[in-house]
Design a protein around this ligand. Structure first.
Ligand code: ZN
Length: 458
């Protein structure tokens, strides 16, 4: 079995950032020791000096679109972009691929599509849609990490929203699996009402799009989900929180001990509505990017633990769908892809607010691992864990260019921006999957599976 020692003066462990040697035996971490305690023989030493080593990042919110919409993205390109961005595990959303992952057969089709193509590890969320309540427990037994549903039309063929009665029919099944339910929390009522009032507005202005998706739509959806969580006792996870107006109620629910977790995304923490130019549809996503003031409140919520994790919601599309020539925020595809640049995007913003690499490791590795139920194997630099690392030069800078994006279509609102921190290398289970701009070796990523925690029916 190969023996390696990864050395840095800034190894990010759960206990703190310190000078250490990570001793790796085969694919796993055997020990984390002081650099002068590396055993005398047999170890191949990689000394990164002052360049930091973080746990491999985990993105629990990615749309890989494979099978079925591989002209948008695919396992090959998404996992390549992930490796370049320091990610070692992606959890794929059940929609945008065809078939959507709402049945065991669809999950099997996804496994077939992934075979031999992945540069990093992956896992799948299952979908809860209007009519698949009977599939929920079978999907859990087949290995999905949890479930995703929409309270509003997702705007894509192949995946349906759930009404409250449809959701209530699914929740006892979800609760029995013990797995989390991830919710796109916007209710259609407030959005329809706001959109009706904007018929004559200029849809090339970002402010029109922002007005069409009011804070109240998110707040009402989160309120509904918190009440259902109290009633059914399932694990609730709010995806891509954009409004700060829901933070008060989320704080109360958490203080009361309800099993609620919350994520937000780099674009909500980096961009702001005030800075989005007319027609700049590359910045369209749902829920929308809101004001600068709102953004600062999201940062405060990360600081006090109301928001647990940061994920990309990597949601690419072919360039034409962004309608850049027309610049119409009503018709453009909503989705921002950022797998290759999320860590530097976050680092620039986090470091200027006094956060450290330890916070990034918690938000972008440890907490997503917990959500996806792989916290005993992934997301930490600690003995027994997979030897997944990102080697990150946090003092270096680079400018975002198309050749640094690596996903299928290099469409990005960040092109031309200079970001702080460069991913030098990414190691998956002890082997490099990205190093100095190259992707060494054959794709060796595999599905993360563990025994499903299906509880017996009472
Ligand atoms: Zn998404």
């Amino acid at each position: 079995m190969s023996l390696q020692a990864f050395v840095s003066r800034r190894v990010t462990t759960p206990e703190g950032i310190r000078g250490a040697a990570i001793l790796v035996e085969g694919e796993r971490i055997r020990a984390v020791v002081s650099p002068d305690r590396i055993p005398a023989d047999g170890y191949r030493i990689h000394d990164f000096g002052d360049v930091a080593i973080l746990p491999g990042l985990i993105d629990s919110h990615v749309h890989i679109n494979d099978p079925g919409r591989t002209e948008w993205e695919g396992f090959e390109t998404a996992t390549r972009a992930a490796a370049a961005g320091g990610y070692t595990l992606l959890v794929d959303m059940p929609l945008n691929c065809l078939p959507a992952t709402t049945t065991v057969a669809a999950l099997e089709a996804k496994r077939k599509a992934a075979r031999g193509k992945c540069r990093v590890d992956w896992a799948a969320w299952g979908g809860v849609v209007h009519d698949n309540q009977g599939e929920v427990e079978a999907l859990a037994a087949a290995g999905v990490r949890g479930f995703k549903c929409f309270l509003i039309n997702p705007g894509i063929d192949g995946f349906t929203m759930v009404t409250e009665p449809q959701l209530r029919a699914a929740l006892p099944h979800v609760a029995r699996t013990g797995l989390p339910l991830l919710v796109h929390a916007e209710l259609p009522g407030p959005i329809d009402k706001a959109t009706d009032a904007l018929v004559n507005a200029d849809w090339n202005c970002y402010s029109t799009y922002l007005q069409s998706r009011p804070d109240g739509a998110e707040v009402a959806a989160i309120r509904l989900m918190l009440s259902l969580c109290r009633e059914y006792g399932f694990r609730l996870h709010i995806v891509h929180l954009s409004t700060s107006h829901a933070l008060g109620e989320l704080r109360v629910a958490r203080a009361e001990g309800f099993p609620v977790s919350v994520e937000t995304c780099p674009h909500y923490l980096h961009l702001s509505a005030e800075a989005i130019a007319k027609g700049a549809t590359l910045s369209k996503c749902a829920p929308p990017i809101r004001s600068r003031e709102n953004r600062e409140k999201l940062w405060e919520a990360l600081g006090d633990g109301t928001i647990d994790l940061v994920v990309t919601d990597h949601s690419p599309c072919p360039p034409a769908m962004k309608r850049l020539a027309e610049g119409n925020f009503r018709t453009a595809w909503g989705g921002i892809a950022s797998l290759s640049v999320a860590l530097p995007l976050m680092w620039a913003e986090a470091s200027r607010r006094g956060f450290t690499l330890l916070d990034l490791a918690r938000w972008m590795a440890e907490a997503p691992a917990q959500l996806a139920g792989c916290e005993m194997r992934k997301g930490r630099i600690a003995p027994g864990y997979d030897a997944d690392f990102v080697v990150f030069d946090s003092d270096d800078e680079f400018t975002v260019t198309e050749d640094r994006l690596h996903y299928r279509h290099p469409v990005s609102p960040y092109l031309g921006e200079t970001l702080l921190g460069v991913v030098k290398a990414t190691y998956l289970r002890g082997s490099p999957v990205f190093a100095e701009g190259e992707f060494p070796g054959e794709p060796r990523g595999r599905e993360y599976v563990a025994n499903a925690r299906v509880r017996s029916t009472p």
